[in-house]
Design a protein around this ligand. Structure first.
Ligand SMILES: [Zn+2]
Length: 144
């Protein structure tokens, strides 16, 4: 049981869908803009400028990767509406709570499991957790 009523579930689902749509269009625009700029600027520039262009390109790719990771998190959350597990803590199975979900609709853990998880080393799927770690950190600092 996630402790949510139907109206709350519908609200949280639409929040997630809006975020996913915004992120998907933004991610596409970022990648297209980055590719276009790089194609123009790399033709004739001084070595110093080339270094700057490379740095900017790296940053753009990093941002695109960040968006992709966030998209994965949102997709994961949306998939849980289908199997009915949305709003339940993935660790202890207790309700995550509507107020926490309103702030972080993509939350996977209740506040006490999240606090514990932040303190300990990841126990399973280290590459996946390492990939999500920056996202989780951003999201939890937003919530505070
Ligand atoms: Zn929990």
């Amino acid at each position: 049981m996630n402790g949510l009523d139907q109206g709350q579930v519908a609200l949280l689902k639409s929040l997630l869908e809006q975020r996913r749509a915004a992120l998907a269009s933004q991610a596409g625009a970022d990648v297209a803009a980055g590719a276009r700029e790089l194609a123009v600027e790399e033709i004739e520039t001084s070595p110093a400028d080339k270094a700057t262009v490379r740095l900017l390109n790296d940053l753009a790719q990093e941002a695109a990767g960040h968006n992709a990771a966030q998209l994965l998190v949102l997709k994961h959350a949306l998939a849980k509406f289908d199997d009915g597990s949305y709003g339940e803590c993935e660790e202890c199975g207790n309700p995550i709570g509507f107020s926490r979900l309103q702030a972080r609709p993509e939350a996977r853990l209740c506040i006490s499991c999240q606090t514990r998880a932040e303190k300990r080393e990841p126990m399973c799927c280290p590459p996946l957790i390492a990939m999500f770690a920056p996202v989780m950190k951003d999201a939890s600092s937003e919530a505070r």
